[in-house]
Design a protein around this ligand. Structure first.
Ligand code: MN
Length: 291
């Protein structure tokens, strides 16, 4: 098999605040001009690199807002995030856990630091991805999957080299628990210093690796903490060698080859559907959620 070669290793773009609780580097679609579909089905990657928040009695975060047409996937590395939505779902995720919210036809939600964590304060680090949905599923029913660490598929890296936690898709036959609408793989590779790992992902799948912790050689190129490795669609094989104890978030998915019309919290196929989304939101069709 051929190597999936590296297109570019991207340093974290300047961060901005989302609400008062998330200080994120937006790698795509805005941070780097790589095109709306370059990482399809992944439409957006916001990365909150490590921040030390002081303790507070009023948790930081983002108040009630809508989404339609895609899924929000939040992965916590440090700190805890609480979620509530208008479909009646809520949950708290802590270190290593994932919330996978399918907004689809429309939902209101709010995202805050969990109360006890907020009170104490401390290290905070997380990722939010927007995973696009194909036209046929954009208006399907909203859904929520809370994924704990023990639910994830686990592949032991040989020679006590660490573990691949499979969130979605599969790694060497080990499956992840998340239900996805289109084929995609999502793993946290927790690899120990000195360990190596070689794996294959389909050539046509858009693929990237975020270095959440540590430093690794990816196909012999050094990728440092908080950097995003963007791959070409020219092969299958990726080789990792950890230069430090590292956590690498691997994203790989089959592109959805459809027009993308994004605006604010909505990702649709056409401008008309965006106008409809605003109309439906303004006329209360996304339900109700207390602030
Ligand atoms: Mn949101």
């Amino acid at each position: 098999m051929k190597t999936k070669s590296i297109q570019q290793i991207l340093p974290p773009p300047a961060p901005h605040m989302v609400g008062d609780g998330f200080r994120v580097h937006n790698f795509f679609p805005g941070g780097y001009d790589m095109g709306l579909a370059r990482m399809s089905p992944f439409f957006m990657l916001d990365y909150n690199s490590k921040v030390d928040f002081p303790g507070t009695d009023s948790p930081r975060g983002v108040g009630v807002h809508p989404h339609r047409g895609f899924e929000t996937v939040t992965i916590a590395y440090h700190g805890k995030v609480a979620h509530h939505d208008s479909a009646g779902n809520s949950g708290v995720i802590g270190e290593g856990e994932v919330q996978w919210m399918t907004a689809a036809s429309g939902i209101l939600h709010k995202e805050y630091h969990e109360k006890e964590y907020a009170k104490k304060g401390g290290l905070f680090q997380m990722v939010q991805l927007w995973v696009n949905l194909p036209a046929k599923d954009k208006m399907s029913k909203p859904k929520y999957q809370g994924i704990t660490k023990d639910q994830m598929g686990k592949y032991e890296i040989p020679n006590n080299g660490g573990v691949v936690e499979v969130i979605a898709g599969e790694f060497d036959g080990v499956k992840g628990p998340a239900y996805t609408f289109t084929p995609l793989h999502m793993y946290n590779v927790r690899i120990k210093k000195g360990a190596t790992l070689t794996f294959n992902l389909p050539e046509n799948f858009n693929t990237g690796i975020l270095v959440v912790e540590g430093k690794a050689k990816v196909n012999n190129e050094e990728a440092d903490t908080d950097h995003f490795v963007l791959f070409k669609n020219d092969g299958e094989t990726i080789t990792l060698e950890a230069l430090e104890d590292s956590i690498l978030l691997v994203l790989s998915g089959e592109p959805i080859n459809e027009p993308i019309a994004p605006y604010g919290p909505f990702v649709m196929n056409t401008k008309q559907e965006l106008i409809q989304a605003y109309e439906d939101f303004n006329t209360g069709k996304f339900g109700h959620l207390e602030d």
